[in-house]
Design a protein around this ligand. Structure first.
Ligand SMILES: NC(=O)c1ccc[n+]([C@@H]2O[C@H](COP(=O)([O-])OP(=O)(O)OC[C@H]3O[C@@H](n4cnc5c(N)ncnc54)[C@H](O)[C@@H]3O)[C@@H](O)[C@H]2O)c1
Length: 342
């Protein structure tokens, strides 16, 4: 029998969630909910689900196996805490939380209720990063990572609320990049960060440069900008270089992944597949949502642990908050100190 899921928040990005769930083997979304009845009805009609405007009423009536929370960050604590009491798995979109207190409350609520918690960190589920991760043993112990996400795509057209987010680049995309850095190279111990406000149309800082020291001794440089003109427009691609003891892996434009060693250069296939409902150049993002949802089914079936779990993502939030503090003070910030502060 198919696993029964419900989705909360029928907004811009949730359409990818719903298309992805329609592709998921072994799971289906039986009901959707939005405060705006027109949005809930639209999703329900398009995807064949029941519509609600109240999450508590939906959860009580539907008794789902899993809840997919696709709302913006301000509602996460309330919705995740509620969902934990009604389902075996809660999936929460990023940013998981704005504060460590909120993140801790959600992790605790899920633990107390015996529910699993998976954060929708889909960058680490992008095909190029999976291919890069799989190839890491071929370059020996990594000592350097560079991630570059620089573009001028008008993200404010689909997500107008972003124009008023403080620390925009760090909280919208920075946390994805910190998660990828942890996925590829391991935990981050300290961060030094400089942020810039480049686009006069937005309130928050829309670019940053972060230097991370990993527990392993490796270092990572992260360069992110929402105000960089290139042609062709690179959005939504992330470029990456990982240097290891015996080689370098480089992820370039058009998902070209190369392995460079003393013996020469090998090209590795990292092109994301195009979902039947997808469209270039969004396919890397669309396929990553589908991959994360396939992973959620594995988690529900007991075949995998959440990647990343709420507890893991709480530490990625701490890295992000450390970067914000560093950008304000000009000092490097120790992630463990920040976690100890509460
Ligand atoms: N992982 C990614 O690649 C990616 C990409 C884009 C957006 N996002 C994230 O997805 C989240 C949603 O972004 P969006 O652009 O789709 O936002 P949106 O504003 O378009 O959609 C959010 C929807 O949630 C609804 N909602 C809010 N509180 C609710 C509640 N208590 N009950 C029911 N419905 C509620 C709103 O009415 C709205 O329709 C954000 O946190 C954003 O950062 C992630």
């Amino acid at each position: 029998m198919s696993l029964r899921g419900v989705l909360v928040g029928c907004g811009f990005f949730a359409r990818n969630h719903m298309n992805g769930w329609a592709d998921a083997a072994g799971a289906e979304i039986v009901a959707v909910c939005d405060l705006d009845p027109a949005k809930a009805d639209d999703f329900a009609g398009t995807f064949g689900a029941r519509a609600y405007t109240d999450a508590a009423a939906m959860l009580a009536a539907e008794r789902p196996d899993f809840v997919d929370v696709a709302t913006t960050v301000g509602s996460h604590r309330t919705l995740v805490t509620l969902a934990a009491r009604h389902a075996r798995l809660v999936i929460c979109q990023k940013p998981f939380a704005e504060t460590l207190a909120d993140a801790r409350a959600m992790v605790a609520a899920c633990e107390e209720a015996g529910a699993l918690l998976l954060v929708h960190e889909n960058f680490r589920w992008q095909r190029p990063f999976r291919a890069l991760h799989a190839a890491l043993p071929r370059i020996g112990t990594p000592h350097f990572l560079r991630l570059s996400f620089r573009h001028r795509f008008d993200v404010y057209a689909n997500q107008p609320y972003l124009a008023e987010v403080d620390d925009l680049a760090l909280t919208d995309v920075g946390l994805h990049l910190f998660d990828v850095a942890r996925f590829l190279v391991g935990d981050i111990a300290s961060v030094h960060c400089r942020a810039q406000r480049l686009n006069p149309r937005v309130t928050g800082e829309d670019a940053f440069l972060a230097s991370c020291g990993h527990v392993s001794g490796a270092v990572t440089s992260i360069e992110c900008s929402f105000y960089t003109t290139r042609h062709p427009e690179p959005f939504p691609e992330t470029l990456a270089v990982v240097e290891g003891e015996t080689g370098t892996l480089a992820l370039g434009r058009d998902y070209r992944l190369t392995l460079e060693t003393a013996d020469g250069v090998e090209t590795i296939d990292a092109e994301p597949p195009l979902p039947a409902w997808g469209e270039r150049p969004w396919h890397a993002v669309q396929d990553s949502v589908r991959a994360l949802e396939a992973h959620a089914v594995e988690v529900l079936e007991g075949r995998a642990d959440p990647q990343p779990s709420g507890a893991h993502n709480l530490e990625t939030l701490a890295v992000t908050l450390a970067a914000i503090r560093s950008a304000r003070t000009g000092q490097a910030v120790d992630v463990a100190d920040l976690l100890r502060e509460g």
